[in-house]
Design a protein around this ligand. Structure first.
Ligand code: URA
Length: 246
């Protein structure tokens, strides 16, 4: 019986792995969250570093309805990324979603299309969602920590994360999802206010603004570290269990 279960599990994981395979070319959007690099400092939860103007702006943002919030993001000039972006990337999906997926920042394709995760990492994310019988338009909402592309896909800078944080916070308040999946170190550090490594944080239930959070690897990282897909699958199964059972 155990053998049968193990065989089934192996077959499922193999299928999962195959379904996650994407072409290894054209990975220029990989840079956001691509590497399991050393932790960066935590910004969003360091109140002392948040300037007064941001606090005032955050107060306005926290009362906004979806459409006003989206318009505010589109018009945002709070940090230097507004000077280089082609489009803001607000988020995509079901505004009554059970699942909120949080990534890092738009890459080149996202900047052009104005939608998160549309490059190679996005294809992997779509396959991960499909393995859960989910898709990006139903029961799922996808957003990033940053709404504008950092030039050349460089890492987000502290002031950029701090200026954008009220937008993601408001998206969470409006969505009230059953589960947040934080993908990659910037999402994790921004939501959880910790510099601990993903390897240490995964496999547990965390919390952001009263919503359960599960931590996992960024899809761009998984494209380069295929064996960690099995860990990501286990993280998604934990997220599904929490979403189903609370
Ligand atoms: N990586 C991210 O973190 N977000 C995107 O939207 C695309 C790539």
């Amino acid at each position: 019986m155990t053998l049968l279960l193990d065989e089934r599990r192996v077959a499922m994981l193999e299928q999962f792995g195959i379904r996650w395979q994407v072409r290894e070319t054209a990975l220029e959007e990989e840079a956001p969250g691509a590497a399991e690099a050393p932790p960066v400092p935590v910004f969003a939860h360091e109140a002392a570093r948040v300037p007064v103007e941001l606090s005032a702006r955050a107060t306005g943002v926290e009362l906004m309805a979806w459409d006003v919030l989206e318009e505010t993001v589109a018009a945002c000039r709070a940090c230097k990324l507004c000077g280089t972006r082609r489009n803001t990337v607000f988020g995509v999906g079901d505004r009554q979603a059970d699942w909120l997926i949080v990534g890092e920042a738009p890459g080149e394709h996202e900047d052009i299309q104005g939608e998160p995760f549309v490059g190679q990492a996005g294809k992997l994310l779509d396959n991960m969602l499909r393995a859960l019988s989910l898709n990006r338009r139903e029961k799922v909402y996808i957003a990033n920590v940053l709404k504008c592309r950092p030039p050349g896909n460089r890492n987000p800078e502290p002031d950029e994360v701090a200026q954008c944080e009220p937008f993601l916070r408001r998206q969470v308040q409006l969505l009230q999802p059953k589960i947040i999946v934080a993908m990659g170190r910037f999402a994790v550090q921004s939501l959880l206010g910790t510099t601990d490594a993903i390897g240490k944080l995964r496999g547990q239930r965390h919390s952001y603004a009263g919503v359960p959070v599960v931590v996992t690897y960024h899809p761009a990282y998984l494209l380069r570290n295929l064996p960690d897909k099995a860990k990501a699958w286990s993280d998604l199964c934990l997220a599904r269990a929490i979403a189903q059972d609370g």
